[in-house]
Design a protein around this ligand. Structure first.
Ligand SMILES: Nc1ncnc2c1ncn2[C@@H]1O[C@H](COP(=O)(O)OP(=O)(O)O)[C@@H](O)[C@H]1O
Ligand SMILES: [Mg+2]
Length: 623
């Protein structure tokens, strides 16, 4: 008969293991040694607690006998020794866990970070991050940073120990009435199951991977209220109260939606608690009755009471369990997401990092290229054809939204064309790993890394970040020597005032650093250099000067300049105009040729030139 109980419990253990199988595998993968130590410690700790349960009852019983002069003290001493042993082992186990835990969760965290990073970055294609995937990934990253998650990573030992003690308590109680531990454990189980279902729906509703849109908006508003980036506008336009009110309303709407559901689900949880009280109360009363009738001696009564209470092990275990649930859930979501992206489930993908090899001839060919963003239906480029011979400098001009940046993304292999081909030196720009690092691009929204100047420039040529000579040359060519000179710690200066001793730079200074990054890439072997309006914040004259300087320092490198200011690109070997609607090349030639043609370029150029003239200085002005 006891078999049935054991079966139920084994089933429960197996269910628990299934839920945390990924978690167990991860722990084993990141810290096999410390996981083994923790597991052994946990087994010993659980044994010690069961022993102390029995020893407490026996010790008290033996003392009673001694006091009643019915026995000598030898038995009491033995049980006292057992009790002390149990206490010492318990302490030892706590010490072992305290030592092991950080040695597990720290590499675990690194592993999770690696997996998350790989999930977002594994593909050269940006298409992966268009649409919902980026949001899902961001939620996973947020979850992985939470306190509860960190707690959950090592919570399994404490939980396992509690469950094992519960199992021990069942075995102890079988000696009294075999069904009693089963009924009480079942009551604990039921009430905890009901409670955790309720808790899951709380977590899901408010903090799950798809929280209500109002909550997401509320989060955003909260972020704006506290961000230093928005501080200027928030003050100037007096947005503080409005934002606070907005936050209150959004949060209210989000919470109201689901408090309602939650309240309804709360009733079964209450009933479960009530059932537990009745069962536990009944069982204790029965034990009292048995003791009163002399069927159970006093030692056993104490042990049984302790064991009955220890059956609580089958109930909810608070934060440990909640943390574990969160870990299990994150691993599950991450596995699903990675599966969708064809990545190995929870191990980093194998394989050497791909190294690019130089192409013999860095000419660029767009051949009948049509491209539609994954989130759109209308093509941004349709039937674009453009050949750029190696070593040529070409400027691409066109109205905002014409598709200039899109073209560059295709050239850099960040998206795949729907049809037609994009090749560099005859190699497929999207598919050929040999082109890795062949194209250096600085986009308008280049990143201001809050790291050292060396990193900010050196990221253009990662392997040669310590090659100061290369970096200095890049900085000089990017007209950034004065930026370097103005920094207190030269190449080691941190470029963010959010860090101690960090420096904040102006927009123009940042642009020079970005240009230096691109030039460092060229210095390290990139054969195509693209500047996609990274200088838009400079005035026209400064942009023109920079472009000119660029064209002279990058002689021999295939150079693509993108700008919507015609005056700044006139020195390029060749200029092409991209049509705003189809993203096709409509005009193609040198500055003088295009002016002579009298087409859109000529019209735009005259218009811009006239505006500068009206501003008083033909070279001054913005667009
Ligand atoms: N990631 C994207 N997803 C969807 N549409 C995009 C994306 N990036 C750009 N677009 C759209 O593609 C068109 C061309 O944009 P872009 O190439 O940036 O133009 P340009 O650089 O010439 O100003 C625009 O209509 C823009 O809104
Ligand atoms: Mg653009």
């Amino acid at each position: 008969m006891a078999d049935v109980g054991v079966q139920t419990l084994l089933g429960k253990v197996d269910g628990l293991l299934a839920r945390y199988r990924d978690h167990a595998r991860m722990m084993w993968a990141v810290a096999p040694g410390w996981s083994t130590v923790s597991l052994l410690g946990t087994l010993v700790g659980a044994g010690a607690l069961v022993l102390s349960m029995v020893a407490t009852g026996q010790l008290i019983g033996a003392l009673y006998e001694v006091l009643a002069h019915r026995a000598d003290s030898q038995r009491a001493w033995w049980w006292f020794a057992a009790f002390v042993l149990a206490a010492v082992l318990g302490q030892l186990q706590q010490a072992v866990l305290a030592m092991a835990n950080p040695r597990i969760w720290s590499p675990y965290r690194v592993m999770i970070n690696d997996l998350l990073a790989e999930t977002g970055m594994h593909s050269r294609s940006l298409a992966v991050l268009d649409g919902a995937t980026a949001g899902e990934l961001e939620n996973l990253i947020k979850t992985s940073r939470q306190w509860l998650f960190r707690f959950g990573m090592t919570g399994i030992w404490q939980l396992l120990q509690t469950r094992l003690v519960g199992l021990g308590a069942v075995l102890v109680l079988v000696g009294w009435r075999w069904w009693a531990p089963l009924v009480v454990a079942a009551a604990f189980l039921l009430s905890s199951r009901l409670f955790s279902t309720w808790l899951d729906s709380v977590l899901d509703g408010m903090w799950g991977s798809t929280p209500p849109i109002e909550r997401q908006r509320a989060d955003y508003v909260a972020k704006v209220m506290a961000s230093s980036g928005a501080a200027k506008e928030v003050r100037i336009f007096g947005l503080v109260d409005w934002l606070a009110e907005r936050y209150r309303v959004l949060w209210h709407v989000a919470a109201a939606q689901f408090w309602h559901q939650l309240n309804r689900k709360l009733a079964p949880t209450f009933l479960g608690g009530l059932a537990l009280l009745v069962v536990l109360g009944g069982t204790l009363s029965l034990l009292g009755w048995d003791a009163y009738r002399g069927m159970v001696n006093s030692s056993a009564v104490i042990t049984y009471v302790l064991a009955l209470l220890a059956l609580n092990a089958f109930g909810m275990q608070g934060d440990q369990q909640a943390g574990l649930v969160q870990v299990g859930r994150l691993l599950n979501d991450l596995r699903t997401l990675r599966g969708r992206l064809d990545l190995p489930s929870l191990t980093p993908a194998e394989g050497e990092p791909i190294r690019g090899t130089p192409v013999p001839d860095a000419g660029i060919k767009f051949e009948g290229v049509t491209f539609t963003y994954p989130t759109r239906t209308v093509p941004t480029l349709s039937g674009l054809t453009l050949h750029v011979p190696a070593g040529q400098s070409i400027a691409i001009v066109g109205v905002n939204g014409a598709g200039k940046s899109t073209m560059i993304k295709l050239l850099a292999g960040l998206y795949q064309a729907d049809s037609g081909s994009v090749t560099v030196g005859g190699r497929d720009a999207f598919a050929d790993p040999a082109l890795d690092r062949a194209v250096a691009v600085i986009f308008q929204d280049f990143i201001h890394y809050p790291l050292s100047l060396r990193d900010n420039v050196g990221f253009g040529a990662l392997e040669r970040r310590s090659d100061t000579e290369l970096l200095e040359r890049a900085m000089t060519d990017a007209a950034g020597r004065d930026v370097l000179a103005s920094l207190d710690h030269a190449w080691d200066s941190v470029l963010s005032s959010e860090y101690e001793d960090g420096t904040e730079l102006s927009g123009g200074q940042w642009q020079r650093i970005a240009l230096a990054r691109a030039l460092a890439a060229v210095g390290a072997g990139a054969q195509i250099l693209v500047l996609d309006e990274p200088t838009a914040a400079l005035d026209v004259r400064a942009e023109a000067e920079l472009f000119e300087r660029f064209l002279s320092v990058t002689k021999g490198v295939t150079t693509v300049l993108v700008s919507h200011r015609l005056a700044t690109v006139r020195r390029a070997d060749r200029i092409v105009v991209l049509d705003g609607d189809t993203g096709k090349v409509t005009e193609d030639g040198t500055h003088d040729e295009l002016l002579a043609q009298g087409g859109a370029y000529a019209t735009m150029f005259r218009l811009q030139a006239r505006r500068f003239a009206q501003a008083g200085d033909p070279d001054e002005g913005s667009d």
